[in-house]
Ligand binder design. Structure first.
Ligand SMILES: [Zn+2]
Length: 325
């Protein structure tokens, strides 16, 4: 499984920061964030609340475009080591320049430099999805959407929403999503992770997204499962993340297999891998163990993921060749 070429669609750039990288950065900046690591050097947290705090402390070390360039490179090294050949990552003008367009362009340029280098040296292709942060509210999301619209193109290919699912409603963010859509960006939204099936319905109806981040709790509503299958809505499923945060007890209890059997287009991603002690290889291994998924199944999912990718047709054709190899 580890050697299979993989496509990942749901990865938060800051959340994918290797702990060793963050420790090094903190040391350079004389920041004391030693409390967020355990004795083995991994991120340490007790529950979801605590996870958010640790996440925030870790990302406080990221302050300049140069930091993001190094971050992107460190993350892509990890992904490439797992056999990922194409990845889409969530990036946010909220963390990169505070929604100032000029500053955002500098961060973006730095991340693209890293992506170009990784493509040349490691054969992995990266694209960005701008995300607004739900708990920052609709007004800030407008600023984020404007940055996304101004920089939409070959590299920024999508727009989404992350953050606390329990705050606000998707319809509050309609302006931001309309702005991104008009700029030609493809759309996704986190839903159906902490929120139930109704949150998935709301994202589909109010934001007209074509992909859902997580979406797994759709399983609680059979009619919605049928609807997702009929519409061909793609779920960016992150099983290890859901298990680590206690939404499901273990991989066997995770609905990814049931959703797949009922015709929903599922994909596999790691979300914030070092926080959940996972990698794409580990996701594959756990799914193989839990559901006896074989190479054919993983290859089907990789193709499904590439079909759902937001990049242009030329890039897709290039990656498709790598999947066939
Ligand atoms: Zn996520």
């Amino acid at each position: 499984m580890s050697g299979l070429p993989k496509v990942e669609l749901h990865l938060h750039l800051e959340g994918a920061a290797p702990p060793t990288f963050i420790r090094g950065l903190a040391k350079e900046k004389h920041l004391d964030i030693s409390g967020i690591f355990d004795e083995r050097g991994n991120y340490r947290y007790r529950d979801f609340r605590d996870f958010l705090k640790v996440y925030e402390a870790a990302t406080s070390a990221l302050r300049t475009p140069g930091d993001y360039q190094r971050l992107a490179l460190a993350v892509l090294e990890e992904s490439a080591a797992s056999g990922v050949v194409y990845s889409e990552t969530f990036v946010s003008p909220d963390f990169c320049g505070g929604r100032d367009l000029g500053a955002w362009r500098e961060y973006l340029h730095a991340m693209q430099e890293a992506a170009d280098q990784a493509e040349r040296q490691m054969g992995i292709t990266l694209r960005g999805i701008v995300t607004c942060i739900r708990h920052f509210g609709p007004e800030k999301a407008r600023g984020t959407a404007r940055c996304a619209a101004e920089t939409a193109g070959d590299w920024i290919v999508g727009f989404g929403i992350a953050g606390d699912e329990k705050i606000g409603a998707p319809k509050d963010f309609r302006w931001a999503f309309d702005c991104a859509r008009e700029a030609g960006l493809r759309l996704t939204a986190h839903a159906g992770e902490w929120g139930g099936p109704e949150s998935v319905r709301a994202a589909l109806q109010d934001l007209e997204v074509e992909r859902i981040g997580h979406g797994v709790r759709a399983i609680e509503d059979p009619a919605l499962v049928d609807e997702l299958a009929e519409r061909g809505t793609v779920l960016e499923v992150c099983p290890g993340s859901n298990v680590a945060l206690g939404i499901y007890k273990d991989f066997r209890e995770h609905p990814i297999d049931a959703l797949d059997r009922r015709g929903v287009k599922v994909t596999i991603s790691t979300d914030d891998p070092p926080f959940f002690h996972t990698t794409m290889v580990r996701e594959y291994e756990e799914l193989h163990r839990a559901f006896d998924w074989d190479e054919g199944q993983f290859r089907k999912i990789a193709r499904q993921s590439l079909d759902a990718a937001f990049c242009d047709a030329d890039t897709k054709a290039k990656i498709a060749k790598k999947l066939e190899a």
